[in-house]
Design a protein. Structure first.
Lengths: 108, 117
């Protein structure tokens, strides 16, 4: 099974700052089938990025995915107040599918 | 549009079983896999397994392999998740989700399962 390790666990930033979230896999993710989701309290996860770098429909261009193989990054260029949430990476290239443990982006 | 409507909250005793349903609408039910994902209180997302509604084929995460059964009823466009031998560690919100190939892109609203001793 592919294990995804996200870092940092918590990121404390101010609105307008840049956020850089990391997701590292213990083996190569097939076809770079790596997605990022945002989840706010009491809500279902929202798909942001798939295939490592493709923005989902309606996702603002301040969200950028990058990386390949075992190392992936989600960058939020300038944090808006509505961006503060928990972010999960997820690999769907191999069954069992797996999620990372999450990175919480909180207001500093 | 795609809509996944899950059954209501459940309260179970340790050792019991639970069934959660997920009724799909707005797309061809047999054309997309259904996944089940669990989230314990204050914790992250945990993938449990998938079912291919077209042929009933399933794949389970090793952690749940002995206790979970995924099924579907194509006459009602409904998927089911059965989990047996419940313990307090099974308390959490259970989501069904639809994927395009294996990319999860639509979620049910979640079903809270509470297991008490």
């Amino acid at each position: 099974e592919i294990v995804l390790t996200q870092s940092p666990g918590t990121l404390s930033l101010s609105p307008g700052e840049r956020a850089t979230l990391s997701c590292r896999a213990n083996e190569s993710v097939s076809s770079n089938y790596l997605a990022w989701y945002q989840q706010k309290p009491g809500q279902t996860p929202r798909l942001l990025i798939y295939s490592a770098l493709i923005r989902a429909t309606g996702i603002p261009d301040r969200f950028t995915g990058s990386g390949s193989g075992t190392d992936f990054t989600l960058t939020i260029a300038r944090l808006e107040p509505e961006d503060f949430a928990v972010f999960y990476c997820h690999q769907y290239g191999n069954s069992p599918l797996t999620f990372g443990g999450g990175t919480k982006v909180e207001i500093k | 549009q795609v809509v996944l409507v899950q059954s209501g909250a459940e309260v179970k005793k340790s050792g019991a079983s639970v069934r959660v349903s997920c009724k799909a609408a707005g797309y061809t039910f047999t054309g997309s896999y259904i996944h089940w994902v669990r989230q314990a209180p204050g914790q992250g997302l945990e993938w449990m397994g998938w079912i291919n509604p077209n042929n009933g084929g399933t794949f389970y995460a090793q952690k749940f392999h002995d206790r979970v059964t995924l099924s579907r009823d194509t006459s009602t466009n409904t998927a089911y998740m059965d989990l047996t031998s419940l313990t307090s560690d099974d308390t959490g919100v259970y989501f069904c989700a639809k994927s395009i190939r294996f990319l999860i892109e639509s979620w049910g609203q979640g079903t809270l399962v509470t297991v008490s001793s």
